[in-house]
Design a protein around this ligand. Structure first.
Ligand code: SF4
Length: 62
């Protein structure tokens, strides 16, 4: 398992992640926020589409 991390200093507020994965991301004051961060499979599209690479998936420590 892993979890989704948004690098807020990189996010430019384009809204692409919230468009492709509205169950996981929402836009608040021009930044992407996580609504739900457990389903890393679902967010793969958002990770790829983010133009600045602000979305990463970190492995949970075992
Ligand atoms: S796709 Fe990336 S830059 Fe665009 S709102 Fe989402 S996290 Fe921010």
């Amino acid at each position: 398992m892993g979890h989704i991390v948004i690098a807020y200093h990189l996010c430019v507020g384009c809204g692409a992640c919230a468009e492709v994965c509205p169950d996981i991301f929402e836009m608040i004051e021009n930044k992407a926020w996580l609504k739900y961060s457990d389903d890393i499979t679902l967010c793969e599209q958002a990770r790829v589409i983010c133009p600045v690479g602000a979305i990463t998936i970190e492995e949970d420590e075992k």
